[in-house]
Design a protein around this ligand. Structure first.
Ligand code: F6P
Length: 522
C-alpha cells in the first residue's frame, strides 16, 4: 500500500493555486445564481442518509482537485488495506477491523477470497460472540427483576453506548432504566447508586483494557456498595465487556463478553461494548443497527470517490482546515435524542486525528483535526449561534435533521425543521445592514445531513459514515488515526501525583503544581 502525504502530491499545489486565485473569495450565493443545478450537483445520497453539500464553499473545479488529491494520496489503496485487515495501526501493529463487527457472516466465496489473511477466522469469532452477547441481552430484557442497568466505562466504553441508547430511546424496552457512569468523580457514581437496589441492578463493567483507572475505581466502589447493601450473586449482577477477560475474572466477574484488540475503543460500540444498547433495543434492533452501518461500509468500500459520501465530507474537511484555515466544526443535531452525538464525535475525530506527526513520526507542516463541538438545535441557537452568524471566525456547521418524528405532538416538528432550514439559510444568505450591528455577512458554510427517521439502522449508518469520514481525512493527512498516545502522559502523571495528595510530598514538582497541591491540602 502506497500512502503519499497530501502535501507531497501535485494536487496539493494545484489546490493552493486554486485557493489563492478564486477559492478564498468564493461566494456560495453567487454560485447558486450562476449554477441552476448546484443543489443536485452538490448533494449525495448514501444508505439511510441524504447529504446537501451545496452550501459549502466549493465549486466543481475545486472538488475535482480534491478528488485528485485523494487519488494521488493513495486513499483508495489505504481503504483497501482497511478492508483487507492489514495492520494499518502501525504504531501498535494492529489491524483496524471494527467494520467486520457489522459484516454479515462470510459466505464460502468470501472466505476463499480472504484466505490470505485473518478475516475469515475472525469473522467466525465475531458472530459467535455477537450471538452470545445478544442471547444474554434477551435474557436481561426478559428478566423483570432487573430494572436498572449501570454501564461503568469511559471514553469509547461510554460515549458510544450512551449516545446510542439515548438516540434510540423510542425503541427501548419500557421498564428498564439505563445509567452511564464514566467520571472518576465520585459524585457521579454516588448519585446513581443512591437510586438503586442491588437485587434489581445489573452492572456492566465496560473496558477494553480492564485497566483504566476511572473504570476500575468506579467498578471497585460499585462492588463494595453491592456487598455493603447485602447484594448476593455477583454472577447475576455484574458482567464485564472487555478484551481482557483474565483481568475481569481476577476482579471477580465471571460473566464476560469479549472482543479483540483490532477494535479501537472509539470504534467499539458495535462490539460487546454495545451491550447496553442491545439490552435497550433488543437483539433484532441491534442487528438492524449493525446492518445500517454495514450498508454504509459497502457504500464507502465500493462507491467511486466522486459519489462517496464519507470521501466527499472528508475532502471538505481538508479544504476547510488546510486551505481556508478554519479550526473547528460545529455539530448541530436537530433531534434532542441525538444530544450526545457531539460528545461522541469529539472522541471519534479528535482522538483519531488530533495528531502532530505523520504515520512515520515526522512533524506535520499543516493542521489536522479540527475542534468539534455542538449542542442540539434549537438550543444552540439561543447560546452560541450569535458567534456562528456574526463572529470573527468562520465555523462550518454540520446540521443533522430527521424528517419523521417519533412523537405525535402537533406543530413541534414542523417548527423544528423550519428552524434548521432557517439557520442553514441564514448562515449562507446573510443580511446586509449598513448599521454594522445588524449586518450578517453570510457565505458561512454548512452541510445538511438528512435522515428519514431516526432508527437503529439509520443511526448505524450515520455513525459508520462519520467513522469513514475520519478515516479518509486521517488518510489524506498521512497520520495513524487509530492510536491515542496523547492521552498517556496525563494518566502517568495522575498516578504519580495521587499519593502526593496524601503525603504532601512536592519534591520534583513544578512551582504551579506544587502550589496547587499545597492549597488542596491546606
Ligand atoms: O484514554 C483514552 C482511552 O484509551 C480511549 O481510547 C478509550 O476509549 C478509553 O480510554 C477507555 O479505555 P478502556 O475501554 O480500555 O477502559
Amino acid at each position: 500500500m502506497t500512502r503519499i502525504r497530501c502535501d507531497r502530491t501535485p494536487a496539493w499545489s494545484a489546490l493552493q493555486t486554486a485557493f489563492n486565485t478564486h477559492g478564498r473569495s468564493f461566494d456560495a450565493r453567487t454560485a447558486f445564481a450562476a449554477e441552476p443545478g448546484r443543489f443536485e450537483a452538490f448533494s449525495q445520497s448514501a444508505p439511510h442518509i441524504f447529504a446537501d453539500l451545496s452550501k459549502n464553499l466549493i465549486d466543481a473545479a475545486t472538488q475535482q482537485l480534491l478528488f485528485d488529491l485523494a487519488r494521488q494520496s493513495g486513499v483508495e489503496a489505504h481503504r483497501a488495506a482497511l478492508f483487507a485487515g492489514a495492520a494499518i495501526n502501525n504504531t501498535e501493529q494492529r489491524a483496524v477491523m471494527h467494520w467486520l463487527l457489522r459484516n454479515p457472516p462470510l459466505a464460502p466465496v468470501d472466505t476463499a477470497q480472504v484466505a490470505t489473511n485473518n478475516i475469515a477466522s475472525e469473522s467466525g469469532k465475531v458472530h459467535a460472540k455477537l450471538d452470545a452477547m445478544l442471547a444474554y441481552a434477551q435474557t436481561v430484557r426478559a428478566d423483570a427483576a432487573i430494572t436498572d442497568v449501570v454501564n461503568i466505562g469511559i471514553g469509547g466504553s461510554d460515549l458510544g453506548p450512551q449516545m446510542a441508547v439515548l438516540a434510540l430511546d423510542a425503541f427501548a424496552l419500557p421498564g428498564k432504566r439505563f445509567h452511564f457512569v464514566s467520571n472518576v468523580d465520585g459524585h457521579e457514581l454516588a448519585a446513581v447508586l443512591q437510586r438503586l437496589k442491588p437485587e434489581s441492578t445489573l452492572f456492566l463493567i465496560a473496558s477494553k483494557t480492564f485497566t483504566t483507572i476511572e473504570t476500575m475505581t468506579n467498578a471497585q466502589s460499585a462492588k463494595a456498595w453491592f456487598d455493603a447493601q447485602g447484594g448476593t450473586d455477583i454472577g447475576r449482577h455484574f458482567a464485564a465487556l472487555t478484551t481482557n477477560v483474565a483481568a475481569a475474572n481476577a476482579f471477580g466477574i465471571s460473566s464476560t463478553f469479549g472482543f479483540w484488540d483490532w477494535v479501537g475503543g472509539r470504534y467499539s460500540v458495535w462490539s460487546a461494548i454495545g451491550l447496553p444498547l442491545a439490552i435497550a433495543i433488543g437483539a433484532d434492533g441491534f442487528r438492524e443497527f449493525l446492518a445500517g452501518a454495514h450498508a454504509m461500509d459497502e457504500h464507502f468500500r465500493s462507491a467511486p470517490l466522486e459519489q462517496n459520501l464519507p470521501v466527499r465530507l472528508a475532502l471538505l474537511d481538508v479544504w476547510y482546515r488546510n486551505f481556508h484555515g478554519f479550526t473547528s466544526r460545529s455539530i448541530a443535531p436537530y433531534h434532542s435524542a441525538l444530544r450526545r452525538l457531539p460528545a461522541y464525535l469529539q472522541q471519534l475525530e479528535m482522538e483519531s486525528n488530533g495528531k502532530r506527526v505523520d504515520a512515520q513520526g515526522e512533524t506535520l507542516p499543516y493542521g489536522t483535526s479540527p475542534v468539534l463541538w455542538g449542542e442540539p438545535g434549537t438550543n444552540g441557537q439561543h447560546a452560541y449561534f450569535q458567534m456562528l452568524h456574526q463572529g470573527t471566525d468562520v465555523v462550518p456547521v454540520e446540521f443533522v435533521a430527521v424528517k419523521k418524528p417519533k412523537h405525535s405532538l402537533p406543530a413541534h416538528h414542523d417548527l423544528l425543521l423550519a428552524n434548521v432550514l432557517a439557520q442553514a439559510q441564514a448562515l449562507m444568505v446573510g443580511k446586509a445592514d449598513a448599521g454594522g450591528h445588524k449586518h450578517f455577512p453570510g457565505n458561512r458554510p454548512s452541510t445538511f445531513l438528512l435522515l428519514d427517521e431516526l432508527t437503529p439502522a439509520s443511526l448505524g449508518a450515520l455513525i459508520a459514515l462519520q467513522e469513514h469520514r475520519v478515516f479518509v481525512s486521517g488518510s489524506l493527512w498521512g497520520i495513524n488515526s487509530f492510536d491515542q498516545w496523547g492521552v498517556e502522559l496525563g494518566k502517568v502523571l495522575a498516578k504519580e501525583i495521587a499519593p502526593r495528595l496524601a503525603s504532601g510530598d512536592a519534591r520534583g514538582l513544578d512551582g504551579s503544581t506544587a502550589g496547587l497541591l499545597a492549597r488542596l491540602r491546606a
